[in-house]
Design a binder for this molecule. Structure first.
Ligand code: SF4
Length: 716
């Protein structure tokens, strides 16, 4: 029996897995010889896995796997021809329409090495920052808020904070379903340490049902809730004045704003949809307990006020002096296994590699390192704007890797049309069946989770190795390799990578240069610059920053513990919201409409391209369902178990877009409906829930506000 340690493909908890084979040799290993368990030594999960993780090997039975490059006509071609065609088309488009007429749309499923090469190719050589990622849809509001408050995209805490917290607040996070292993750890800590669990969510989710206190706030009221908390903390002399004076800027303006809410707790309670008693109970937890940890997820992020809301949460923890202390502060739960790794290499259109921005010195450093005359001179288009530009004909060539925007973006019907009209679409995928793959002029066979090698970074900044254990079948290739082929065909030097280790070394070396030039940046991989192939192969899970090789294996790191921050002044910033603190306004209300909230199911992943064909995962929720409060059903003349079409409310129901079965659920607020975002034409009769949602975005983070949108339901 031989064993390989790797990491789970599904979520930002970043669990380690052990894959064992009864065969001695891993070359062409037979899948039937394999077993998979949680890695007992991985710090993220200590051997635990959730239902999806336990069934990872079942995902290898993916039907219709793509094994060679294919033209839109269905004609298979060789990689050499495919990369030549892409190089030629990208070069022609740029020559005719300029660098910003091309774009790359990436994914939190890519490994850090893939992301690094994609960013080098686009921002360094094509001279466009039109490189964005589906992580934009997931945690970019958290990123923007941490950049504003701390000066850098750095999560201050770590998973160990769970055991040190007296109170854990989960906001907009159905952790029991979306980060199950972490939730298990929270429950274990509650049993062992009597930790109080508070869940803030309009819906009585599986997580909320296990809370000591569930705040079923009005949708979009989280910003007001946390501004009120800051005022309450100040009113009750709970703020840490010494910390605020020494380590922060901007408190006075923010707290006077916050006190406008806390002076009228009855009015505030009404505004946020709670009783005054429950509101006080929640606020008192922060007054009475020494350590409070607040973790947020999509319920906060996927809002047009997501960045301001996250800053309102951070403001409270700054006022308590609780950033970087054990069991305290703010934590961002990321959705994807490598959302953070992508951010590290500049995977968002709004930043450069190693947490750099677009200032002249930062751009010069990058140009010198990559040996180019200059790099992209300004931020590129974030996801929604990128596909709008595609629809407007401003972007004329796009390369999409490992993601399915035809289902996952808001107003995705428009995305599908834009792709259909785009002169040149390249898609890297593991299957030709995804809704997006069907629009590809050239479809490239990407390596799947079991085949590819590289690194990922989880929610607590731990870098783990993903190790392929299946010999890649057919002509599937690593994404970094595919991009490098095209780059070389375009005549670019600097893409002669021979392994994922060689890519990683270059990235680490860039990080060392950045740290040297900008010492107050936190992100640092200097200690991994000289990894040999063997050391890279053997790399154990390690939290960054990694200043020297001696730090390999370090865990439990907290950042900003000394009160120094990555801002120009070295002080953290209290942030005022852009608008007066009210709550998010839904798009349009009609008397027959209902507010649609989208979420995720326990056993499915994203647009189901990996999990939709696994029978045991489909069994719990085999078809699309829409959950409604029983008292709401009569409004639409529907009954529990009926099939309904979900229609856009903006045209009073004239446009149907999704089909779902009604499930009456007392846990859903009266004027809300809840449906998971997973379903699409590939796995159901209807289109996805995002098809006709407004593509409104947060003005700071550009993250789409998927929540708080009205729809009309019609019986089938
Ligand atoms: Fe995978 Fe997330 Fe489940 Fe862990 S919690 S096994 S990383 S899906």
């Amino acid at each position: 029996m031989s064993t390989i340690q790797s990491s789970c493909a599904y979520c930002g908890v970043g669990c380690g897995v052990s894959v064992s084979s009864t065969q001695a040799d891993w070359v062409d290993v037979d899948v039937s010889s394999l077993t998979l368990t949680g890695d007992k030594h991985h710090p993220a999960n200590h051997g635990h896995l959730c239902a999806k993780g336990e069934r990872l090997l079942d995902s290898l039975a993916q039907p219709n796997v793509l094994r060679y490059p294919v033209l839109r006509s269905g004609k298979p071609i060789q990689w050499d021809q495919a990369s030549s065609l892409i190089a030629e088309k990208f070069a022609q488009t740029i020559a005719q329409y300029g660098a910003n007429s091309v774009a790359l749309y990436l994914s939190g499923q890519l490994l850090t090495e893939d992301y690094y090469v994609a960013n080098k190719f686009a921002k360094g050589y094509l001279k466009t920052a039109n490189v964005d990622t589906n992580s934009r849809l997931c945690m970019s509001s958290a990123v923007s808020s941490m950049q504003r408050a701390f000066g850098e995209d750095v999560v201050p805490g770590c998973y160990d904070d769970i055991e040190h917290a007296e109170v854990i607040v989960l906001i907009g996070a159905n952790t029991a379903w979306t980060h199950p292993v972490l939730f298990k750890r929270i429950l274990a800590s509650r049993n062992a340490n009597n930790t109080k669990l508070v869940v803030i969510d309009p819906v009585a989710t599986a997580t909320a049902k296990q809370a000591d206190l569930h705040l079923a706030i009005a949708p979009g009221a989280d910003l007001a809730l946390f501004y009120g908390l800051l005022g309450y903390l100040a009113d009750n002399e709970r703020v840490n004045h010494e910390y605020i004076t020494t380590h922060t800027d901007g408190f006075d303006a923010v707290v006077s704003h916050a006190k406008q809410l806390s002076t009228d707790l009855i009015g505030l309670a009404k505004q946020v949809g709670l009783t005054e008693q429950v509101l006080r109970q929640f606020y008192q937890l922060f007054v009475q307990h020494k350590t409070v940890l607040t973790a947020s997820c999509q319920g906060v992020n996927q809002s047009v006020i997501g960045t301001d809301t996250t800053n309102a949460i951070i403001n409270c923890h700054l006022a308590l002096g609780h950033i970087g202390q054990a069991g305290c502060g703010f934590f961002s739960l990321t959705g994807q296994p490598n959302a953070m790794g992508g951010r590290e290499v500049g995977g968002l259109a709004t930043q450069l590699a190693c947490h750099m921005g677009f200032s002249e010195p930062e751009r010069e450093l990058l140009a010198d390192f990559w040996l180019v005359d200059t790099v992209a001179d300004k931020k590129g288009l974030a996801a929604v704007d990128m596909f709008d530009a595609l629809a407007d004909g401003k972007i004329k060539a796009i390369w999409i890797m490992g993601t399915n925007p035809v289902v996952s973006l808001p107003n995705s019907n428009k995305v599908a049309k834009a792709l259909a009209d785009c002169p040149f679409v390249v898609v890297s995928e593991i299957t030709p069946d995804s809704d997006t793959a069907k629009f590809a002029d050239i479809l490239l066979p990407a390596q799947g989770w079991s085949e590819k090698c590289g690194t990922v970074t989880n929610s607590e900044r731990t870098i783990s190795r993903q190790r392929g254990f299946i010999t890649p079948k057919g002509q599937s290739k690593a994404d970094w390799w595919a991009i490098s082929q095209v780059a070389q065909k375009m005549g670019f030097q600097g893409f002669e990578f021979d392994s994922s280790a060689s890519v990683f070394r270059e990235f680490a070396a860039l990080s060392a240069s950045v740290k040297l030039a900008f010492p107050n940046k936190i992100f640092d991989l200097s200690g991994l610059t000289h990894l040999t192939q063997q050391q890279y192969d053997d790399l154990i899970p390690t939290q960054w920053p990694i200043a020297s090789a001696e730090h390999i294996g370090q865990q439990g790191l907290r950042i900003f513990s000394d009160g120094g921050f990555a801002t120009p002044t070295g002080k953290a910033q209290f942030i005022l919201p852009a608008k007066p603190v009210t709550q998010e306004t839904p798009n349009v209300a009609k008397h027959v409409s209902v507010l649609l909230n989208s979420g995720r199911s326990r056993d499915q992943w994203h647009t189901m391209t990996r999990t939709g064909h696994i029978a045991s995962l489909r069994a719990s929720i085999p078809e699309p369902v829409i959950q409604l409060h029983p008292d709401k059903l009569t409004n639409f003349s529907i009954a529990d178990g009926d099939l309904v079409t979900i229609c856009s409310a903006t045209d009073e129901g004239a446009t149907p877009f999704a089909l779902a079965r009604v499930v009456a659920d007392q846990g859903i607020p009266l004027d809300m409906a809840l449906m998971s975002m997973h379903w699409s034409k590939q796995f159901s009769l209807g289109k996805g829930v995002n098809q006709y949602l407004d593509s409104r975005v947060d003005p700071v983070s550009q993250q789409p506000g998927y929540k708080c949108q009205y729809v009309v339901l019609k019986p089938v």
